[in-house]
Design a protein around this ligand. Structure first.
Ligand SMILES: Nc1ncnc2c1ncn2[C@@H]1O[C@H](COP(=O)(O)OP(=O)(O)OP(=O)(O)O)[C@@H](O)[C@H]1O
Ligand SMILES: [Zn+2]
Length: 714
């Protein structure tokens, strides 16, 4: 037996969650299918299937039989497949004008038939019932076909079944005009639902629309205009003032400012000089730039962001799963209720059969779960897309829900609350010269990826020191690094480590204390058993850190800084920021601190995603900060593409707004149903109003969810 492979399809024509459930049920009944996930909001299906037992063709035709359209969405989860899709999306079948979609045609045909029947009934009042019945039956045909297909594939209780039974029942009891109106309104409602759902989907794609179609490629002396999709890594392009960068690249020549809002959501221009990274879609300011392309169009940061958001939209949030399970018994229960409404009053209370059949049919119409089922995914899809537009990347509904519930936010210090680029500010010679201490420290740090190491190397270079060779370097996380030099073993590490080894004299310890209380990070440089010097470094706080922490507190959250740095420097920095803190934490202690915070409720951990991946993973939700670096995007549950601490508050605000949007949606859906159910039972709501209760609620709920696309967290 061949390995089951994951296939991806694009599914057109879904407008509510019960549609997704119907497809999933049908797919699970096919031989060789082990897993299916259908997402209405992403209009996609991922299916793990043994292709020897069920072919792609069979899958496609099954989906089509249910009244949808399955298009090949490329294999697996490859990024190339995704990005490739986008390039060709414009003018694709989903972008047809509404009157040319199957749902549009349905609505127009049933409207025209209804008008025709009305005309006939005016001319020939005695005949009125027949044209209406004919109109209703013709317009009902596609609905019945879908109901039958659903029933044959494991979903006997679908919205189409409810509709078909109600309309046929109405014709049978002589309410043909009402039946025709109901079928027409159903068609209109489905059309509107489809329009609303595709607007939610278009939210992220708008980002890709910002990509320029053409580029000015430099070939020797000549400059030629080529399609942006033809660019390959290594090409050189000219980006003139006002142009959008056609692809990711590195500035070779020229100085300018670029607006990176499409990628980071940050509209303040970012200065660019040779060596700077340029993102596809960002807008050039006043200078002319020559940019060496580093990525093909399909690999651009923005294409990857869009692919991630779409993947996130395709995964279901816990609430959505719960509601889907709920709706599986909701529809049959509604049918039982309708049956009771029809039979009980006439049998027990001498009610009139015709009246109660009519009311029972109305109950059927009220009972469609569409609005309820779409309430959560529509809100989450809009929020994910709206967030991406502001540089807030959230990797799924589950992370979004957790962010809305967090009670505490823990911050890593270096690279998160600070810029992460410490500079050497003091070198103190203890035994030997300043330059000797710095050069030896630099030798040990050469292989290190720690920001402190980079600072020491920079300082040694700035002083023009000859850095000796080092061998067999090894790092103790949270403590320091050691390597062997020609002169002996040299260790660069925290003064605490040096003190524990008894290398710190009283006067040296005093020096350390003074430097640290100025907010500096001090490392001790020792050779063998001898302390040779101290190096003090200072990092700059991110300009918006203090304001962002204040915003989090105003949101009622506990904010706390976790750092491996020394207690005095940490206290000085925390004091400046006005934030609670824990210092001198070894990596394990950071995890323990997060676990402890987690006892009071979900906790978010914000880090730069580079050396704090375990801490990000240990938190209920990990937030990476770090403009578009791969590591940050891959490791965390959410990422801030702009390097602004206030992005964390934006994330929380957006998530909370999403949760309350969902609550409003659920209340709206259930509330409208309850009101109309009551009105139906006492005979106040005619059939056509009952159908409006469902489609109207679906449209309202979707429209409400779409507001999150334009959400402004500030
Ligand atoms: N490569 C290194 N060179 C010198 N000292 C180091 C090195 N790595 C760790 N240390 C010492 O260990 C301490 C803690 O390091 P750790 O990496 O845990 O914290 P950090 O990343 O600098 O700060 P934060 O926890 O706020 O991000 C540092 O302050 C320093 O004294
Ligand atoms: Zn529906």
């Amino acid at each position: 037996m061949a390995d089951p492979s994951a296939l991806k399809f694009r599914i057109e024509g879904m407008d509510c969650g019960s549609c997704a459930a119907k497809i999933e049920t049908a797919m699970r009944r096919l031989p060789g299918v082990s897993e299916v996930e259908v997402s209405v909001t992403a209009a996609s299906m991922a299916i793990a299937v043994d292709e020897d037992r069920t072919s792609r063709e069979t899958i496609r035709s099954k989906v089509n039989a249910l009244g949808f359209r399955a298009l090949d969405g490329g294999e697996g989860h490859g990024r190339d497949g995704h990005a490739h899709d986008h390039g060709h999306d414009h003018g694709g079948p989903d972008d047809r004008p509404w009157w040319r979609t199957p749902k549009g045609v349905n609505a127009i045909v049933s409207g025209a038939l209804l008008a025709l029947a009305w005309g006939v009934s005016l001319a020939e009042p005695h005949w009125a019932a027949w044209p209406y019945a004919a109109a209703a039956l013709v317009a009902l045909a596609p609905v019945v076909r879908r109901a039958a297909a659903g029933a044959l594939n494991g979903t006997p209780f679908s919205i189409e079944t409810l509709m078909a039974v109600a309309a046929l029942g109405a014709i049978a009891i002589g309410e043909a005009p009402e039946a025709a109106v109901v079928v027409f309104l159903f068609a209109v409602g489905e059309l509107l639902e489809g329009v609303a759902a595709s607007r939610a989907r278009a939210g992220v794609k708008a980002l890709v629309a910002l990509m320029p179609n053409s580029a000015r490629r430099i070939r020797g002396e000549a400059i030629e205009t080529v399609p942006a999709s033809d660019l390959v890594a290594g090409d050189l392009v000219l980006v003139r003032p006002g142009d959008r960068a056609p692809s990711d690249g590195v500035v070779q020549d020229g100085v300018s400012d670029m607006n990176e809002a499409p990628i980071t959501g940050e509209s303040r221009p970012v200065p660019k000089a040779p060596g700077a990274t340029v993102y596809a879609g960002s807008v050039n300011g006043d200078g002319e730039l020559r940019v060496a392309i580093t990525k093909a169009a399909s690999d651009n940061t923005i294409a990857r962001i869009v692919a991630m958001v779409e993947e996130a939209q395709a995964t279901k949030a816990p609430t959505a799963r719960f509601i889907e399970r709920f709706s599986r018994w909701y529809t049959p229960a509604a049918m039982v209720l309708a049956l009771l409404v029809i039979v009980l009053p006439p049998l027990l209370a001498d009610g009139d059969w015709r009246t109660w059949i009519y009311r029972g049919l109305a109950v059927l119409l009220v009972a469609c779960p569409c609005a309820l089922v779409i309430s959560t995914p529509a809100a989450i899809a809009s929020a994910l897309a709206g967030g991406a537009r502001r540089g807030l990347l959230i990797k799924g509904g589950a992370a979004l829900e957790t962010l809305g519930h967090v009670t505490a936010v823990a911050f890593d210090k270096t690279g998160t609350l600070t810029e992460g680029r410490p500079r050497v500010v003091d070198v103190v010679a203890i035994d030997g010269g300043e330059d000797e201490a710095l050069a030896k420290a630099a030798a040990v740090e050469r292989g290190s990826s720690h920001p402190l190491g980079a600072a020491i190397l920079d300082a040694a270079q700035a002083r023009g020191l000859a850095v000796p060779n080092a061998f067999g370097g090894s790092a103790a996380p949270g403590k320091g690094v050691t390597a062997r030099l020609m002169s002996g073993f040299v260790t660069v590490g925290s003064p605490r480590q040096a003190a524990e080894k008894g290398l710190l004299s009283a006067s040296a310890a005093e020096r350390v204390a003074t430097l640290e209380s100025e907010g500096k990070t001090v490392v001790a440089v020792s050779e063998g058993e001898r302390l040779i010097g101290l190096v003090a470094m200072q990092d700059t706080l991110r300009p918006d850190a203090a304001a962002a922490l204040a915003r989090l507190k105003a949101l009622g959250l506990r904010a706390i800084m976790l750092t491996g740095d020394n207690a005095r420097a940490a206290a000085a920095i925390a004091g400046e920021l006005g934030v609670e803190h824990r210092a001198e934490l070894l990596p394990d202690a950071k995890l323990a601190a997060i676990a402890e915070l987690g006892r009071d409720g979900p906790v978010a951990m914000v880090g730069d995603g580079v050396n704090d991946a375990p801490a990000l993973a240990a938190a209920s939700v990990g937030v990476a900060m770090g403009g578009g670096t791969d590591v940050a995007l891959e490791t965390a549950d959410a990422a801030l593409l702009s390097n602004r601490v206030s992005g964390v508050a934006d994330l929380v605000t957006l998530s909370r707004a999403t949760l309350s949007n969902i609550h409003v949606n659920v209340a709206l859906a259930l509330g409208l149903k309850a009101v109309f159910l009551a009105a139906t039972l006492v005979g106040w709501a005619p059939l056509w109003m009952a159908i409006l209760a469902d489609t109207g609620a679906t449209v309202l709920v979707t429209a409400n969810a779409l507001r999150l696309l334009r959400f402004d967290p500030a």
